[in-house]
Design a protein around this ligand. Structure first.
Ligand code: MN
Length: 206
């Protein structure tokens, strides 16, 4: 996918994640925040060498930039991260299976969701928490603002948005409550398994 970029459709209806994330939150988060990142990215790349580059290439090429290219990174990163976040969530969650389940057991035992919750709560200010695969191991990373582990070539399996706009309407300042609700009820392990297998990193978006 190269520019002009479009707002990819959500993989479920706006009220599908209730009661854990309300349609009200998704309406603003997708319909205002995510949409604005897409529109701003299109304005910023227009007439530049990034206009005909795929989104992932733009993210990687601008990840450490400042100035105008830093602005491009902030919006390109946020478009990629939000597409990835929507696919990381599902109203039809079930336990991980197959190779992914084996690796979770090997690398985390039964502590994975607790550790994701800790990392998400510990991220100071706006950012993201990620389950990633590096080398042969699963790991948890947190990133600030628009950063993504993908920018340095790491395979992302799942992410959770911990910007205040992701939870404030439903949980106010209680980020840990939002994290527990999402981690216990909404994670899309099928998406994580496909990413681990090197499959469709952006699922329906491409
Ligand atoms: Mn967000």
């Amino acid at each position: 996918m190269t520019g002009p970029f479009t707002l990819a459709p959500l993989p479920w209806k706006e009220d599908a994640l209730e009661p854990h994330i309300s349609a009200h939150t998704i309406g603003f988060h997708y319909g205002k925040h995510h949409k604005t990142y897409v529109e701003t990215l299109n304005k910023l790349v227009d007439g530049t060498r990034f206009a005909d580059q795929p989104l992932e290439e733009i993210v990687r090429a601008t990840a450490n930039a400042s100035g105008d290219e830093g602005k491009i990174f902030n919006n390109a990163g946020q478009v990629w991260n939000h597409d990835f976040y929507w696919h990381s969530l599902t109203p039809k969650t079930h336990k991980p299976s197959g190779e992914l389940a084996k690796r979770i057991e090997r690398d985390f035992g039964d502590t994975l969701t607790d550790k994701l919750a800790e990392a998400g709560a510990a991220q100071f200010g706006s950012g993201w928490v990620w389950l990633v695969s590096t080398g042969d191991k699963l790991a948890i990373e947190k990133t600030a603002n628009a950063m993504t582990p993908m920018a340095k070539g790491t395979t992302c399996l799942l992410c959770v948005d911990v910007w205040e706009h992701a939870y404030y309407l439903d949980y106010q300042n209680a980020r840990p409550k939002y994290l527990k609700s999402v981690l216990d009820n909404l994670l899309n392990w099928d998406f994580a398994e496909a990413n681990l297998a090197g499959g469709t990193v952006r699922a329906a978006a491409e």
